[in-house]
Design a protein around this ligand. Sequence first.
Ligand code: RP5
Length: 168
Amino acid sequence: MSTKPKVALVMGSDSDYEKLIPCIKMLKKFEIEPVVRVISAHRTPDEAERFAKNAKAEGIEVILAAAGKAAHLGGVLAAFTTLPVIGIPIKSSTMDGLDSLLSMVQMPKGIPVATVAIDGADNAAILAAQILALKYENIASMLDEFKKQMADEVMTKNERIMLEAQAL
Ligand code: RP5
């Protein structure tokens, strides 16, 4: 049995899955066990309620909710749990994901859904890791290293661009 901390990644449709593969990979990079499910707030509302009500008892510590169009999934899951819910608005309609973004971020007071960018799967995983890092020292250390690597990469790019610009 895995002793890794668990984060649920719930998507409204299997059509969202491809965009969420980076999120699953990023969770695994931080040694988090992803609990991946397809649950629709509209088509399987009873399952959405059941999953959210049981999530905490099943050891899940953060829920990621990815959905497109009239994206109620995050709000519906958040209605049935006190776990933090992070919404990932999926660009899956003629409105370029703005519909999904507003459906998640414009939650009425009392039931927040912390929302990342449209198709922001990586950031949802990083934010979940940052929440867990309050409790798990190994994740905090990995996040420190992750930030350091990003900074090093930017410094390398900076040096390359400075040289290229000088040579013009
Ligand atoms: C949402 O509607 C899903 O999250 C998906 O982004 C969108 C389209 O779903 P499908 O019709 O492809 O199942 O509920």
